[in-house]
Design a binder for this molecule. Structure first.
Ligand SMILES: Nc1nc2c(ncn2[C@@H]2O[C@H](COP(=O)(O)OP(=O)(O)OP(=O)(O)O)[C@@H](O)[C@H]2O)c(=O)[nH]1
Ligand SMILES: [Mg+2]
Ligand SMILES: [Zn+2]
Length: 291
């Protein structure tokens, strides 16, 4: 049976990429017969019914998946983070990184809109820090393809997804990598403090010998993870995970290696504070849930 990758899902129709052709498939039988509902990025088998039409038969097991945006089987997630409009937030960046790392996906950071920033040195500490903890970091102006030329290589033979706030510049970034994509972009609204939710659906596109999913941005997001897992996968904590106590939440526990690394400035204090904030939110959530 032929195989394909789900490029996008629109109103019950699945657009499947099989080699060079795109097949529009409906789901055979009822969707509830599937153990999972097919999402973009799924690898599926299908039956051909017409020239470019078919029935989706089966979803192959996913190697990973993100809930928001809903995509499966990606090699890397590129977090598009604007330095301004919308304003940079290291808390949001850390939150996004947590979500990606929690799903065993490799994160890459692209800081956009460097041309709009008067003094770029203000942000240098973030560029340096995220690099120092092993994350690929790029800084660019997506309106000039000159500055995104050196990023093209990361898409080669990979399945990627871009994620980030509405208005951060995800679609503009992808257009700058390949102007044939011609993705719709929208203005930043200073009264709303965010973009205008221009991209409406998750869609995989061919780019630089790879596939990339443009996705709708969001204005807020909630983490769905337990505290122990947060303490384990938080970006930058990897090196220090030999605290004295197993399951250390890196708060006030004696012999906490993470706190030592914060003291030694190997973990950025601001990022550690973000960790404590996220931990606090998760703790409160549980209490509410128990009541
Ligand atoms: N000056 C400048 N403007 C940019 C840059 N990147 C994006 N923009 C602008 O930011 C606005 C929002 O860009 P989009 O690409 O639509 O943002 P998005 O992240 O795709 O937003 P959603 O689809 O709503 O999630 C547009 O007006 C872009 O022209 C950049 O690097 N420099
Ligand atoms: Mg967009
Ligand atoms: Zn600890």
């Amino acid at each position: 049976m032929p195989k394909g990758i789900v490029l996008k899902v629109v109103g019950g129709l699945f657009y499947l990429l099989d080699g060079d052709r795109v097949v529009k498939a409906t789901a055979s039988g009822k969707l509830r017969d599937y153990k999972q509902i097919p999402i973009a990025g799924d690898s599926v088998t299908y039956e051909i019914t017409n020239e470019n039409e078919g029935y989706l038969k089966n979803i192959n097991q996913r190697k990973n998946q993100l809930i928001r945006p809903p995509v499966a089987n990606v090699d890397q997630a590129i977090v598009v983070t604007s330095l301004t409009e919308p304003a940079f937030s290291s808390l949001l960046l850390d939150k996004l990184l947590v979500q990606i790392l929690d799903n065993n996906i490799k994160p890459v950071i692209y800081f956009s809109k460097k041309d709009k920033v008067k003094d770029l040195t203000v942000f240098q500490k973030y560029f340096d820090y995220y690099k120092s903890i092993g994350i690929e970091v790029y800084v660019g102006n997506s309106l000039s393809n000159e500055s995104t030329n050196n990023i093209q290589k990361i898409f080669k033979n990979k399945v990627s997804v871009v994620t980030g706030q509405s208005g951060a510049g995800k679609s503009t970034f992808l257009n700058s990598i390949d102007c044939n994509l011609n993705l719709k972009t929208g203005d930043y609204s200073s009264s709303l403090g965010r973009g205008k939710h221009t991209t409406r659906e998750v869609e995989f596109l061919k780019i630089c010998d790879g596939l990339v999913a443009d996705t709708p941005g969001f204005s807020s997001m909630e983490l769905n993870i337990d505290k122990e897992r947060l303490a384990y996968i938080f970006p930058g904590f990897e090196e220090g995970l030999n605290c004295k106590f197993r399951g250390c939440l890196h708060e006030q526990e004696p012999g906490c290696k993470i706190r030592e690394l914060v003291e030694e400035k190997k973990i950025m204090k601001e990022s550690y504070d973000n960790y404590l904030k996220l931990l606090g939110t998760l703790k409160n959530k549980k209490e509410v849930y128990k009541k």
